[in-house]
Design a protein around this ligand. Structure first.
Ligand code: AMP
Length: 456
């Protein structure tokens, strides 16, 4: 039987200044070595410094802010006042907020720490009840929290630790003024940590307003991650995309796949079509109830569903380990979104593949993506010279039948890319070989590095 000596673990976290119950909880959770963002941020936050962090979901940023905040609250020993929270974490999406609260609970196991979750789409009653006696850590999305503050269900005047997570997304989602108001309502002597994957001017401005003499910490998971992600391009007309996607998914190497759609309507349609083609799929977007979203996510996490179709906003902050492929069913309106999308795969050093389906009228968006990532996407196949596929059946049926009807769409076979990594071939890749117009390969540079360097 193996004994883990929790009193004296060989934990890099102890060297960072994490002690006691937190350290034990970390060992139990299997966190032995701190990740770079944690090594950088934790000592400064423990000293009480404000922190400006450039990091994405997947970098380990949650522990980077949660551990010091919990450590400070535990040392505080102060009683909670009714309807207040010692610490407030604001997050753009419900899913991310749920994950953050789970992390706080995981790390504070065995300690007397109370947490609350305030988010839209679920009943207010249970949330206000939970806040009645006050909590240590409140994790919230800005919209619902604004409502509760206005209704007098919670006061932020006692909140001395404030974390803004994925600040750039809160900006994208139109929450910036709520965030600003909520932040200003917290205790004047607050400690603030702001995390963002990118640093648009508006977030820089917010950081300057809220952070006092901050320490900048940054990791560039996007650049390292992107280096581990094979990025491929399939040229196909809009009408061909369904068939192309089914062809790609005939490759069993595509085990756990997120398909991104720009619109909610598009996401529903793709999901329906996948199911008709005999491929298990679930959808998550903003028009789905919180319950439906969580159910879809759970099914995907558990491996019951192979494909998760998502809109960009709904997918924010979702951390599902082991996503083998990201498919961009269409190109996003904003090139930066592409980077967020493909960052869902290739986590923790695992290989990942991103395949982008690009219709002729999406070329301008593709160019914008290539500009911002400083990468020329590798053309796997070009279907634009082929005839449109036959109309798809309305009734649900197996993929085999769909396969038979599919023009020139052959099951994808793994192939080796120029980087020696396995990559899937798209439907008709072999047939399309002659038609494919591979563009000259530029040496792949690490995207985003300049952006991070500048922001850090
Ligand atoms: P985050 O970026 O905070 O969402 O973290 C990404 C994933 O990494 C989560 O599943 C965490 O549980 C995990 N994680 C974070 N820090 C560590 C660590 N030091 N050791 C092991 N796993 C970690």
């Amino acid at each position: 039987m193996t004994h883990i000596n929790t009193a004296n673990p060989q934990s890099g976290f102890a060297d960072l200044g994490i002690a006691g119950a937190l350290l034990k909880a970390l060992v139990k959770a299997g966190f032995s070595d701190p990740k770079p963002i944690q090594t950088q941020a934790i000592p400064h936050m423990l000293e009480g410094r404000d922190v400006l962090g450039i990091a994405q979901t997947g970098s380990g940023k949650t522990a980077a802010f949660a551990l010091p905040v919990l450590s400070a609250i535990m040392a505080l020993g102060a009683r909670r006042q009714p309807k207040t929270a010692h610490a407030l974490v604001l997050a753009p999406t419900r899913e991310l907020a749920v994950q953050i609260e789970e992390a706080f609970r995981l790390f504070s196991r065995g300690a007397h720490i109370t947490t609350a979750l305030v988010l839209g789409g679920v009943s207010r009653n249970s949330q206000t009840k939970r806040l009645r006696d006050g909590v240590d850590v409140l994790v919230a999305t800005p919209g619902r929290l604004t409502d509760l503050v206005r209704a007098g269900d919670v006061r932020l005047s006692e909140t001395r630790w404030l974390v803004l997570d994925e600040a750039d997304r809160m900006l994208d989602m139109g929450f910036i003024n709520d965030v600003r108001r909520l932040a200003r309502a917290t205790h004047p002597k607050r400690q603030v940590a702001l995390f963002s994957a990118t640093m648009p001017a508006e977030i820089e401005k917010l950081a300057m307003e809220l952070l006092k003499d901050p320490v900048s910490v940054s990791v560039a998971p996007q650049s390292t991650t992107v280096a581990e992600i094979g990025q491929h391009l399939v040229l196909a007309r809009t009408k061909q995309k369904r068939v192309v996607l089914a062809g790609l998914l005939a490759d069993p190497a595509m085990k756990t796949v997120i398909v991104f759609s720009r619109t909610k309507h598009g996401a529903d349609k793709v999901t329906r079509q996948l199911e008709q083609d005999g491929i298990s799929a679930a959808v998550i977007h903003g028009n789905k109830s919180q319950n439906a979203r969580q159910k879809a996510l759970n099914g995907f996490r558990a491996g019951d569903v192979r494909v998760l179709v998502a809109t960009d906003i709904a997918a924010r902050g979702i951390d599902v380990p082991g996503i083998t492929h990201v498919v961009n069913y269409d190109l996003p309106d904003e090139a930066e979104t592409y980077v967020h999308r493909i960052g869902r795969t290739g986590r923790n050093g695992a290989d990942g593949t991103a395949i982008t389906l690009c219709a002729p009228d999406e070329r301008a968006k593709l160019r914008a993506v290539e500009r911002i990532t400083r990468t020329r996407l590798e053309v796997m196949a070009d279907h634009t010279g082929e005839p449109d596929p036959a109309p798809q059946p309305r009734s649900a049926r197996g993929v085999d039948e769909a396969e038979r009807n599919r023009p020139r769409a052959k099951p994808a076979k793994p192939a080796h890319g120029h980087d020696g990594k396995k990559k899937p071939r798209p439907a008709g890749a072999q047939d399309a070989g002659a038609a494919a117009k591979p563009r000259p390969q530029r040496r792949r540079r690490r995207p985003q590095r300049a952006r991070f360097a500048k922001a850090a």
